[in-house]
Design a protein around this ligand. Sequence first.
Ligand code: TRP
Length: 350
Amino acid sequence: MSTQNPMTPAETAENQEHTAPRKKRALSCIQPSGIPTLGNYLGAMRNWVGMQDEFDCAFAVADLHAITVRQEPAKFRRQINEMFALLLAIGLDPEKSLLFVQSHVPAHAELAWLLACHTQFGELSRMTQFKDKAAKHADNINLGLFAYPALMAADILLYQPDYVPVGADQKQHCELTRDIAIRFNNLYGNVFTIPEPYIMKNGARIRSLQEPTRKMSKSDENANAYISLKDDPDTILRKFKRAVTDSDACVRYAEGKDGVNNLMEIYSAVTGRTLPEIEREFEGKGYGDFKAAVAEAVIEELRPIQQRFDEYMKDKAQLEALMKQGAERAYAVARRTLSKAMKKMGFVLV
Ligand code: TRP
């Protein structure tokens, strides 16, 4: 009975919070390294759109990360604009989510320094991405490339997210972020939420159309191996027609049929049909019909995105206004975390 067990106002508030818990927060960033592929879209970006209702989301264009390898200024500028326009075009909603460009919020670079001073040389040396990129760009193994995970930790921790949706390749960086956050909290008191990597459940793993055992990648020398989100309908059709299959001439999902399996997975991701449904749909039909259907489905999936993308790219004033608004809103959140971290460390804030 409530009269026998009265709740204090604080308990009441807490109780109400339990009935209407705050939304969990999620944050992710993407580098402006060119137009993504269909694989990037179906594997990761498309899932961000769906996360917007379930989580309080923040998404950023990680331009500061991109300069760890050399960028050509005019191209770099275009790619930042394009990536921001693309995030809008796929359906990320600036009224629902924080949407911004990393370099517009200086708190990222500032917190990165504080965190760099809490990150060990040995830890950074173990990062597989660093080792890969250092091997690939042996003439430019710069401090930024080495410190990359500290900047990424800053991106994340500033917004106190519960989850960080990333691909498997970024899991190691997320784990280091956790270690840095725990270390910082242990030294100075609770400042950072300890985030968890959020490996996408329904992220399709799309592979090359030419070498279907490998991941679809925009850095592939053979442009027929990937679908770019900017490819026009004719190009998409042509690339699917040339996709590698097998001599079995039967649309079914089975071991050893990597090419067909990949096309089926693309078709499934785009149409929502299951693999058995797809097998039934193409029973008695050849690969020609199947490839044309996959191409058609992809063309229709990308059409509205490409339209919106073109509109944003034509209206630079609007794009800039949305960037500015995003930067202000992001900064309001980031500033609070940065101040708290600095205060706890003993900095004199004025
Ligand atoms: N390092 C990520 C990548 O290359 C991009 C990134 C930068 C990121 N900051 C982030 C991802 C913060 C998640 C959270 O894909």
